[in-house]
Design a protein around this ligand. Sequence first.
Ligand SMILES: [Zn+2]
Ligand SMILES: [Zn+2]
Length: 107
Amino acid sequence: MSYRETGLSVYGHKCELCGFSVVEVHHIGYQLHTEWENKIRSKYKAGEDMSLILEEVKALGFLSWNGQDLSKDNRSTNLAVLCGNCHSLVHLFDAGMNLLKALPKRI
Ligand SMILES: [Zn+2]
Ligand SMILES: [Zn+2]
């Protein structure tokens, strides 16, 4: 199942913030993903041993590194269903984990 299908099947097909019915699926912890991906890329570039850091990120839900990109945390607890407008605002204000304050509990 794609993360989009996971998000929609768990949280429904309406924006969780405003109720609009054309939706996208957002990764709540996207900032954490970027941070770790940058760390891993610099280790990789430097030719350092990757085994420890890859174990560490696996525990955070980032399951694989393909030499270029770190996979995202696609577990339902990290997803939110948002319309295009709300989704843009979340990124514009770089809301990160603060979005959890506005959402029903993740399951
Ligand atoms: Zn919305
Ligand atoms: Zn997003």
